[in-house]
Design a protein around this ligand. Sequence first.
Ligand code: FPP
Length: 222
Amino acid sequence: MDGNGRWAKARHLPRVMGHRKGVEAVRRTIEAAPDLGIEVLTLYAFSSENWRRPADEVSDLMGLLRHYLRTEIAELHSNGVRLRFIGDTAALSSDVVAMLEQARSLTAANTRMTLVLALNYGSHDEIVRVARAMVAEAASGTLAPDAIDPAAIEARLDTAGLPPPDLVIRTSGEQRLSNFLLWQSAYAELVFTDELWPDFGGESLKRAVAAFGQRDRRYGGR
Ligand code: FPP
């Protein structure tokens, strides 16, 4: 969800205004997704590298997250949305951790769409956590080296049980993955759009899905 800062800058507004508009784009995108056949939507809301931003911006983003969780979970629940979180969420403030757990358990049985929020997420960090867990299991004798295969790794990623992404969309004209779902995106189709995240919405999502529909997916075959 890139481009909030540039959206604000172009209007001579503080960066936080771009993030606030970004939350509106989050709402529009979630609302449009199920009718486009999207079963799992993952939003990269805060990366493990975003802590390097100025303290007041980190605090604004956490404030927006708290507000979002407080005000939107009930509606997401009534719309049949199941929430999941990926990333090292245990390192977030304890009140946020509690809200995430509450949102997850409240919505666990919903089936219309799964919304995954990536919070304090980075693929390198995720893979390091998997490696540490596996080494600990191997050291305690519960994991044999021969049992380590792609499925064993996937079962320990934050995304365990979720399908790999078919389509990764990056806004704001940047053409890179920036530590997002690197393992999981091995065969994902990538769509880059110049639109800034606060301008994104249902029509943008529809265009990206249409572009995805034109791709010839071979998964390394033929
Ligand atoms: C990147 O734009 C965006 C972020 C680091 C934060 C994304 C967060 C939100 C949209 C709001 C919180 C989300 C939820 C789900 C409540 P940037 O600031 O890097 O933009 P720039 O590259 O133009 O400076």
